[in-house]
Design a binder for this molecule. Structure first.
Ligand code: PHE
Ligand code: ZN
Ligand code: ZN
Ligand code: ZN
Length: 264
């Protein structure tokens, strides 16, 4: 898999900060900063050659959006899915929660495009709306997928809060031992400790797990600005973002079956 510079994901995170700052300080469901976040990610993916879909839903009197992007290569009947929630709470810009995961997944998708990757399986990427209000967007996506489409999803990997400053030990969701082993393998190869992390239904992986899909994910360490106004660009660390992004790319390459020579 590629060695993605940390600066790439940090540049995306900076864009989420800027979007919040120019839209009343947050990127919450129903607020202009949410729609601007979705437009920003979609434009990057469209320019890179992804097939993108903005799926709208309605919640608490406001329209929300999920953004879905398919890389148009590989077997469409075997889908490897990486996702992150794109909304934040109204209290602050939501850079670690979850500009960090949104940036790591975006940069992984862009790395797939840069490599002009020809995976065996289909790679799909998702950015979820209204997670903070109860996994609303990801539930909507899964519940509106025909059963025949659900059964094509081999794995869903979740990235929620992956940039916390000072992270030493990485959390790896324990839901699937097969999938968590891939993340553990990546972190071990970098000399980084991991611990099993059972986050129950506190993020969007739960929407997929409820539909019988194998899930895992990663999380960085303690966030002193969780759901607070200070969850800004200074609340994340470049090296941590680099590890999160490269862990995501490692899992995408390995699970979708991208030949190693294709890592650019
Ligand atoms: N970030 C989740 C939320 O939005 C909770 C969470 C914490 C998820 C830690 C993963 C890891 O509230
Ligand atoms: Zn949150
Ligand atoms: Zn979150
Ligand atoms: Zn390092």
């Amino acid at each position: 898999s590629p060695d993605i510079p940390a600066a790439n994901s940090m540049a995306h995170a900076q864009q989420f900060q800027t979007i919040a700052s120019s839209n009343g300080g947050n990127r919450a469901h129903g607020r202009p900063g949410y729609r601007a976040s979705a437009d920003f990610v979609k434009a990057k993916l469209d320019a890179a050659g992804f097939q993108t879909t903005l799926q709208s839903f309605s919640y608490q009197g406001a329209t929300g959006w999920n953004l879905i992007a398919d890389w148009p290569q590989g077997d469409p009947n075997q889908v490897v899915f990486l996702g992150a929630h794109l909304d934040g709470v109204p209290a602050g810009p939501g850079v670690n929660d979850n500009g960090s995961g949104s940036s790591a997944v975006l940069e992984t998708a862009l790395a797939v495009a840069r490599a002009n990757a020809k995976p065996t399986k289909r790679l799909r990427f998702g950015w979820w709306g209204a997670e903070e209000l109860g996994l609303i967007g990801s539930k909507y996506y899964v519940q509106n997928l025909p059963a025949s489409e659900r059964s094509k999803i081999n794995a869903y990997l979740n990235f929620d809060m992956v940039g916390a400053k000072g992270t030493r030990t990485w959390g790896v969701y324990t839901d699937s031992s097969t999938l968590s082993a891939v993340f553990t393998e990546y972190f071990r190869s970098k000399g980084l400790p991991t611990q099993g992390f059972n986050i129950g239904a506190r993020s969007d992986h739960a929407s997929f797990k409820s539909a019988g899909i194998q899930v895992s994910g990663i999380a960085s360490g303690n966030d002193p600005c969780y759901h607070a106004r200070c969850d800004d660009i200074n609340n994340i660390e470049s090296s941590v973002m680099g590890h999160a992004t490269n862990a995501a790319a490692y899992a995408a390459w390995k699970l979708a079956g991208i030949p190693e020579g294709a890592a650019l």
